[in-house]
Design a protein around this ligand. Sequence first.
Ligand SMILES: *[C@@H]1O[C@H](CO)[C@@H](O)[C@H](O)[C@H]1NC(C)=O
Ligand SMILES: *[C@@H]1O[C@H](CO)[C@@H](O)[C@H](O)[C@H]1NC(C)=O
Ligand SMILES: *[C@@H]1O[C@H](CO)[C@@H](O)[C@H](O)[C@H]1NC(C)=O
Length: 474
Amino acid sequence: MEPSNSIFFVLSSCFLFFLVVARKESTLETSEDAIEAIAHHYQTVKLSSFISSSICSPSINGNKKRGSLEVVHKHGPCSKLSDSMVKPLTVEEIFSHDQSRVDSIIKTRKKDIQGSKTTLIAKSGRSIGTGNYIVTVALGTPKKLLTLIFDTGSDLTWTQCQPCAGSCYSQIEPIFQPSSSTTYSNITCNSTECSGLSSATGYPPLCDSSTCVYRIQYGDGSITAGFFAKDKLTLFPDDPIEGFFFGCGQLNEGLFRGAAGLIGLGRDKLSLVLQSAKKYGKVFSYCLPSTASSTGYLTFGSSGIDSNVTYTPLSKSQGNSFYGLDLEAIYVGGNKLSISPTVFATSGMIIDSGTVITRLPPTAYSALRKAFRAEMTQYPLTKSASSLLDTCYDLSKYSDVTIPKISVVWGGNVNVEIPPQGILYPIEDQVYCLAFAGNRDDSDFGIFGNTQQKTLEVVYDVSAGKVGFAPGGC
Ligand SMILES: *[C@@H]1O[C@H](CO)[C@@H](O)[C@H](O)[C@H]1NC(C)=O
Ligand SMILES: *[C@@H]1O[C@H](CO)[C@@H](O)[C@H](O)[C@H]1NC(C)=O
Ligand SMILES: *[C@@H]1O[C@H](CO)[C@@H](O)[C@H](O)[C@H]1NC(C)=O
C-alpha cells in the first residue's frame, strides 16, 4: 500500500464516527472533543495523490476480489489503449464532452416526461462522453479478447466486426471476425430479441435479408450500426455466458477510439445485467481507481460484496432507463448545507459511470460552493481557467492540502463520504478545483459522476432495487 493510500484508508475508517460527531458539535465541551471533531471534519491529503503518474501501479485492494475484471481508465498508463493510438484529451476536451453527455441525459429526461413514446425516445441521442473506464472480456469460440468501455447509461453491448462493411476506427485488439467463431450466429428480424432493440437502443431495428440490424446514434455524433448477433461471452474464465446478444458493428465512428466497443450495464432486458441474470442474479459492482495510474474492478454476482456496503433504494421516479437515487442532504466540514429538500426532490438524481463531474441543481451547488470556499480561505482562490469548474485554488506553494470532508446522504439515511479525489480535480499544473458543477436549471437532473465515485465500492442490486456504497473499495 502506498503511503497516500494508507492515509485514505485511515481517513475512511473514521467515517462511521462522522455523523455522531457532527450531531454533537454544538455541545462540545473539552478541547479534546474539539480536536477530535476537527479530525473528523477535515482531511490532509498529499497533492501527489490527485495526480496520475506515468507508471501504472495496480491497487492492492482492487485485486482482492476473486473473479473480477480489472478496471482501468481509458487514458492512463494502466490502459492498453493509452499509447500512440489514443492521444490523451486535455482537461477542457474532457469537460466539453462531459457537458455534451450531461446535456443529452437532461434532454432525454425532458422528452421522457413530455413524450408518450417514452422508451423510444429515452435512449436515443445520448452522448457517450469520454470519462470512460474499460475492461477486457472475451467473445466467441475460440475466445478473442476485446477491450470495451463499460457504461451504466447504455444497454446494448456492441463491438466492431469484420468485414467493417461501413467503416471501423482503429482499435487495440484485432477486430472481431464472426466467421472465425464457431458459436456466432445472426439474429433474425422476426425474433422477439430483434424487436427488443427499440427499447434497448431507442432506435427500431432494420432488416437485411432476414438478419436483424441495430443502430445507435449518440448525441455527440458517434455511431454504431451492424448485425444483431449472439455468441459466447466470457467475462471470467470457465464461466461463459452462452448465446449472449450483442451488436456486431459494421459502421462505427466516434469517441470510442481504441476501445473495441461498449458493454451496456443499464436496466433494459438486453443489457448484460439482465442477460446474465440467471448466473449473477442482476447484481454487479465496481470500484473506479483513485487516479488513471491505478486500477479498480468490475464484478458480477453478490459473492464477495463488502459487509460495510450500505444500500439506498433505487428511486422509482426515474423509470427504468436510469439508475435513479434520492439525494437528501450534503455535508461540508461536518455541517449540513441548508438546502430545501424540495430542491433535490424536484431535480431527481441519477448515478452514472460515464459522467465525469457530479452535477447538482444550481441552488444546491451554490450552497456547496459557498460552504467549501468558507472552509478553504487559507488557500489562494485563483481565477478559474475551466469552463466547468469555478472554485479553483493555486496550490503551487503546498505539497499537501487540508480540505473539509464532504458527504452526501441518500434516501434511507445512507451517508457516503466523498473520497478526496472526488473533492478536488487537478485542471492544470498546481491548480485544483472543487470537482462539482451546477446545472443550468433547478429542474434539470442531478448526476452523481464517476469522479465522486472513485475508490468507493459501488454495488448495483437490480433485483432488490437498490444501490450500495462502501469506502475503500480499491
Ligand atoms: C468496515 O468498517 C470498519 C470501520 O470503518 C472497519 O474497521 C472494517 O474493517 C470494515 N470491514 C470490512 C469488511 O472492510
Ligand atoms: C449474418 O448476416 C449478414 C447479412 O445478412 C451476412 O452477410 C452474414 O454472412 C451473416 N453471418 C452469418 C455467420 O450467418
Ligand atoms: C422467422 O423467420 C424464419 C425465416 O425467415 C422462420 O424460419 C422462423 O420460423 C421465423 N420465426 C418466428 C419466431 O416467426
